[in-house]
Design a protein. Sequence first.
Length: 131
Amino acid sequence: MIIRKLYKFEASHIVRNCSSDRCKYSIHGHSFRVEVLLSADKLDDGQMVYDFGLMKGTVKDMLDGFDHASLYWEKEAPEYQKAIKSHSKRWVQLPSRPPPSSSRASSSSPSRPCSTRPSAPTAMRPPPCTP
Ligand SMILES: [Zn+2]
């Protein structure tokens, strides 16, 4: 048995290694969707795979930290990080960075030059600030 819960948030970012100059040099926003799938071999005492209400203090709150936030990679230039932090109350520093464009060149897809999907939530740090 599998149950799903869809979360949505709006956030901005810049994608330094994108093939598109628009994404590479301009801060822009997206409507992100994160779908959480939970599976179980048997139902719990409430006859549920999982009580979605229990996700409010964990998954929902963590993903809500990305809503209306500016996302940036931790290896972004210090002056860029400083500017984001000084002009946005909500920001998330992502702990890794995509491989350099030179290593992706042979496998990149021309039909979708800029990824709009965030990394898996488990790879992200909780937001450093709240509204
Ligand atoms: Zn983008």
